[in-house]
Ligand binder design. Structure first.
Ligand code: ADP
Length: 262
């Protein structure tokens, strides 16, 4: 029965996803077809024609991004996890983020190098950090602010676990991404993990970022917590179970060497 339930939930998710995709692609195809028809009219000036072609290019680029998001979304469960010290992945991702953020956003890193390993896939960890930081950036784009990224090991005992947690007592790595941006009201907050839910203007958000993160974290038997206040800021906490084993310790070095050279 449980298997059936899971299957039907999966089908439901696929249904929602397919509906969203159809809708999104339609929104992209309408301008492509429209501008292409206009560009082909006999008496258009070459200036106008160039403008139409640029619009087509813009829409097609967006379609490409969408496909990329969808592909990563649907591949979530096929990935190979390995014992990994995610602090190194996070630091690499942060280098990218730092170089692309404007000076109005101050970045504070609080990453404990001594954190133990988790069972994870490097690309997915990279994606989690990129998505969270992109959202934080969007929330502070107009005002500037502070982006804080933390990683530490934490023992979650019964006091720290709340009713909704869905995780067991034990040692976890806690990744915190905190911003001083626009924040969210409760209504927004209740929907953020839904695929295709976005409050961003057209072309800026796909609404898949947090749905992807949610899927990844759940498949790691981890947990996500969100704290937010309008006009004050938002904090995302991701909990991933730390693993303890000799076999893992041996593998980590290899994995790090492999992923480090990519
Ligand atoms: P997208 O970024 O494409 O909109 P996400 O799934 O990443 O999709 O986020 C969904 C929504 O959650 C965003 O549109 C925004 O309303 C809200 N959100 C996510 N992160 C933040 C944040 N750091 N501050 C304020 N709102 C946020």
């Amino acid at each position: 029965i449980e298997k059936q339930l899971r299957q039907s939930q999966k089908m439901e998710a696929i249904g929602t996803l397919a509906g969203g995709i159809a809708h999104d692609f339609n929104n992209i195809l309408v301008p492509i077809i429209g501008y292409a028809e206009m560009a082909l009219l006999q008496h258009v000036t070459s200036e106008k024609r160039e403008k139409y072609i640029k619009e087509i290019l813009k829409a097609a680029t967006r379609a490409k991004e969408l496909v990329h998001q969808i592909v990563t979304f649907s591949r979530q469960n096929e990935c190979k996890k390995m014992p990994l010290k995610i602090q190194f992945i996070i630091k690499e991702a942060l280098k990218l983020i730092i170089s692309s953020l404007p000076a109005t956003i101050k970045i504070i890193q609080n990453i404990d190098d001594n954190c133990g390993p988790v069972n994870a896939e490097p690309v997915q960890i990279h994606q989690i950090i990129m998505n969270l930081c992109t959202n934080a950036y969007h929330a502070m784009e107009k005002t500037g602010g502070k982006l804080e990224i933390g990683l530490s090991e934490i023992y979650m005992d019964n006091n720290r676990l709340n009713m909704e947690s869905g995780i067991k007592e034990g040692t976890y790595l806690r990744l915190t991404v905190s911003d001083t941006g626009c924040g969210m009201d409760e209504k927004t907050m209740s929907r953020i993990f839904e695929p295709y839910f976005t409050t961003k203007e057209k072309g800026k958000g796909t609404g898949l970022g947090l749905a992807i993160i949610h899927g990844i974290v759940k498949s790691y038997n981890g947990d996500i917590r969100v704290y937010s206040e309008v006009q004050k800021g938002t904090t995302f906490q991701i909990y991933l179970p730390r693993i303890f084993s000799k076999e893992a310790d041996k593998q980590i070095e290899n994995n790090f060497l492999q992923t480090g050279s990519e």
